[in-house]
Design a protein around this ligand. Structure first.
Ligand SMILES: Cc1ncc(C[n+]2csc(CCOP(=O)(O)OP(=O)(O)O)c2C)c(N)n1
Length: 595
C-alpha cells in the first residue's frame, strides 16, 4: 500500500515512526482528508487503533487511555472544525502532563483561504497548550523530505514523552489521491527513493531520543531544606494530586514518620488509602480545616506540600489566613501555587526529593509527638462525627454514596471522580483504609467536559475494574460518549448522582444572593430528564438504586462482570447543601468540645 501514491507513503512513514518511538494506541475519527493516516494505522500491527465519531469525545477518550497506560496516545482527525474539537482535551493534557499526539489532517496550501470546503487555519489552534507543533511537508517523492517527516515524528514523540509529558500536534497535509488508489507516476517516483526514507530503520526510530529525567535540587539545597524541616516540630506534610506510584507513596509516608509530622492527604494523592504507613494520616482533614478556631489554635509553622494544590478549598483558605507559615512546595515543573504566599518552590521530582530528605532526616520516630497527636485525634474525631451524623438517616445522600463506594470497592479498583462535587465529596468523605483504590480526576482544568469519554478511555487503558462517580450535568455534557460506550471493551460502572442540576452552585453564595428564578434558570439548570431512559436509549444497562444497601449490592454485581453499567442515585440539591452544612457544624462542635 505504501508505494501506491505519495499520501499513503507519507502516512505510512508517519505511523512507522510513531510505532518505533513507542506509540501503542491510536484513536481515529472518520474523515476523508485523514484517510491515508487512518489506513496506515489500520495496517500497522504494532498500534491498536479504534474509531470514535465525535472528536471532542475522541480527545478525552485518548486522554483517559494515555493516563491509564502512562504512554502517549495518537489522535487522528480530518481537516476543519474536526481538529478544533480536540482543544478541550489538549488543554487538559497540557495541565495534567499527559502525552497526546494530535495528527490533524489538512489540505495543501493551494486549497487554503480560497473557499475550499472544510478548511480552517489549523496552525495555532491549540496555541499555548502544546509541547511541540510542526506542519508536515506536502508529500512528494524526495528522500530528504521524507526523512525529515520521520525525524519530525520522532521529535514529536520525544516532546510528548518529555518531562513533563504533554500534547503535541502534527498538522499532516495531504493531496489527492487520498484513497489507496494507485497513481502510476507517483508510485514509479516512490520506487526510486532510498530504503531509509521509504521504510525507515527497521528496529528503531530514525532518530532515537534519550529520555529526560525530572530535575533534582543540588545536595546543598537538600541539606538546607532537611535542616529546616528537622528543626521544626509543628509541621504538616500536605499531599495534593500526585501520580500513582507505590514508591512515592512509601517515601512520603516514611517522611511523615521520620519528621513526626501529620500527613494531610487527599485521595488524589494516592496516599489516603493503601497498605503504606498511615499512622500520622489525618483523616477527614477537609472537615477539620473548616473549624477555624481549632485550626488556628493548632496551626503548623511549616507546611511541606507535594503535588498540585489540594482539591480542598479549606486547605487553600487556611494557607491564605496564615501568611506567616513557611510554605514549601515540591514541584518538578509549573507553578502550583495560587496563594502567592509560598516561601520556597523546590524544583524536583517528588520521589527523589522525598527519598533524599528521608536520608537526611533519619532516625525515625515511632511515637507521635504532641502536635501530631492533636491532629491525628482531630481527624479521628471528625471522621467519627461524619459517620454518626450520616448514620442517622437511611437516605442515600451524596456523602453516603461516597461512603458506600468506600465500603464496597475492592483493592485494585480505579475510581474516576468527575468535577465538581464528586471529586470534592470523595476528598471530604472517603475514609482512610488499607484498601488500595486508585483515584483519578481531571484536575488540570477542572472541566466537566469529556468526563464519560475520559473514564471509558481510562477503563480501557488500565484494564482494571473502574468506577466513575459523576453528576447529572457532567453526564449530559458528554452524553454523546454513550454511543462509544457500548463499543469499547471496558469494565466500567458509572454511578450518576442525579440531583436534577448543578449541585455545586447550592454551596456557593449565588444560591442565596440571586433571585430564585434566575438562579434556577442559569445555575440550578434542572434538566427534568429521566436519565435511565436516556442511558437505556443507547442500549446501555442502567438501574436506579434506592438506598445504600441497594447501591452496594448493585456495585458488587456490576464490578463482577465486564462491560458497562449505569447506576443512578437520585438526590435533592437543596437537602444535600443543608446536609453538608450540618456535617461541618457537627464536626466543628465535636472539635471545640474535644479541646
Ligand atoms: C466545560 C465546563 N463548563 C462549565 C463548567 C462550570 N461548572 C462547574 S460545576 C457545574 C455543574 C456540574 O453539575 P453536575 O455535573 O450535576 O455535578 P454537581 O455540581 O451536582 O456535582 C458547571 C456547569 C465547568 N467546570 N466546565
Amino acid at each position: 500500500m505504501r508505494e501506491l501514491n505519495f499520501s499513503l507513503a507519507f502516512a505510512c512513514a508517519i505511523v512507522d515512526e510513531l510505532a518505533r518511538s513507542g506509540v501503542r494506541r491510536c484513536v481515529v475519527s472518520p474523515g476523508s482528508r485523514s484517510a491515508p493516516l487512518a489506513l496506515a494505522f489500520a495496517e500497522n500491527a504494532e498500534i491498536e487503533d479504534c474509531s470514535v465519531l465525535d472528536e471532542r469525545s475522541a480527545g478525552f477518550f485518548a486522554l483517559g487511555l494515555a493516563r491509564a497506560s502512562d504512554e502517549p496516545v495518537a489522535l487522528v482527525c480530518t481537516s476543519g472544525t474536526a481538529a478544533a474539537n480536540y482543544l478541550p482535551a489538549i488543554v487538559e493534557a497540557h495541565y495534567s502532563g499527559i502525552g497526546l499526539i494530535a495528527l490533524t489532517a489538512d489540505r495543501p496550501p493551494e486549497l487554503r483561504e480560497c473557499g475550499a470546503g472544510q478548511t480552517i487555519d489549523q496552525t495555532g489552534l491549540y496555541s499555548g497548550y502544546l509541547r511541540f507543533y510542526a506542519e508536515l511537508p506536502v508529500p512528494i517523492a524526495d528522500d530528504h523530505v521524507l526523512r525529515a517527516v520521520r525525524a519530525l515524528c520522532d521529535r514529536a514523540c520525544a516532546a510528548a514523552n518529555g518531562s513533563p509529558r504533554g500534547p503535541v500536534q502534527l498538522n499532516a497535509v495531504f493531496r489527492e489521491p487520498l484513497a489507496p488508489l494507485e497513481n502510476p507516476e507517483q508510485s514509479a517516483a516512490l520506487a526510486r527513493l532510498s530504503e531509509l526514507a521509504l521504510r525507515g530503520r527497521e528496529e528503531s526510530p530514525l532518530v532515537r531520543v534519550s529520555a529526560s529525567a525530572p530535575p533534582i535540587p543540588t545536595p546543598a539545597d537538600l541539606d538546607e531544606l532537611a535542616e529546616t524541616l528537622r528543626s521544626e516540630q509543628a509541621g504538616w506534610l500536605v499531599a495534593g494530586p500526585l501520580p500513582e506510584n507505590s514508591e512515592l507513596r512509601e517515601a512520603i509516608a516514611e517522611l511523615s514518620r521520620a519528621l513526626d509530622w501529620p500527613l494531610l492527604a487527599e485521595p488524589l494523592s494516592q496516599l489516603r488509602c493503601g497498605m503504606h504507613d498511615r499512622e500520622r494520616l489525618v483523616d477527614a482533614h477537609d472537615a477539620v480545616l473548616r473549624c477555624e478556631s481549632f485550626v488556628d489554635e493548632n496551626a503548623p509553622r511549616v507546611v511541606l506540600r507535594f503535588g498540585d494544590m489540594p482539591t480542598s478549598k479549606a486547605v487553600r483558605l487556611f494557607l491564605e489566613r496564615h501568611p506567616e507559615i513557611l510554605q514549601i512546595a515540591i514541584c518538578p515543573h509549573d507553578w502550583p501555587e495560587p496563594t502567592a504566599l509560598a516561601t520556597q518552590l523546590v524544583r524536583g521530582d517528588p520521589l527523589r526529593v522525598s527519598r533524599e530528605l528521608l536520608r537526611r532526616c533519619e532516625p525515625r520516630t515511632c511515637k507521635q509527638g504532641e502536635f501530631t497527636r492533636i491532629w491525628f485525634d482531630a481527624g479521628q474525631r471528625a471522621r467519627a462525627t461524619l459517620d454518626r451524623v450520616l448514620k442517622q438517616t437511611d437516605e442515600l445522600s451524596e456523602p453516603e454514596t461516597v461512603r458506600a463506594l468506600a465500603r464496597t470497592l475492592p483493592t485494585g479498583t480505579q475510581l474516576i471522580c468527575a468535577s465538581s462535587m464528586p471529586v470534592r465529596d470523595v476528598d471530604a468523605f472517603w475514609p482512610s483504609s488499607g484498601s488500595a483504590v486508585r483515584f483519578v480526576a481531571n484536575r488540570g482544568a477542572n472541566g466537566i467536559d469529556g468526563t464519560l469519554s475520559c473514564a471509558l478511555g481510562h477503563a480501557c487503558g488500565s484494564r482494571a475494574p473502574s468506577v466513575l462517580l459523576i453528576g447529572d450535568l457532567a453526564l449530559l455534557h458528554d452524553v454523546g460518549a454513550l454511543a462509544l460506550a457500548r463499543r469499547v471493551d471496558a469494565n466500567l460502572t458509572v454511578v450518576v448522582i442525579d440531583n436534577d442540576g448543578g449541585g455545586i452552585f447550592e454551596m456557593l453564595p449565588v444560591a442565596d444572593a440571586a433571585k430564585p428564578q434566575a438562579y434556577e434558570r442559569h445555575f440550578g439548570t434542572p434538566h427534568g430528564l429521566r436519565l435511565s431512559e436516556v442511558v437505556s436509549g443507547f442500549g446501555v444497562t442502567c438501574s436506579e438504586v434506592g438506598d445504600a444497601k441497594d447501591l452496594e449490592s448493585a456495585l458488587g454485581t456490576a464490578l463482577a462482570h465486564p462491560g458497562l453499567d449505569f447506576l443512578i442515585v437520585r438526590t435533592d440539591r437543596k437537602r444535600n447543601a443543608a446536609l453538608h452544612r450540618e456535617l461541618s457544624e457537627s464536626v466543628r462542635q465535636a472539635l471545640i468540645q474535644g479541646t
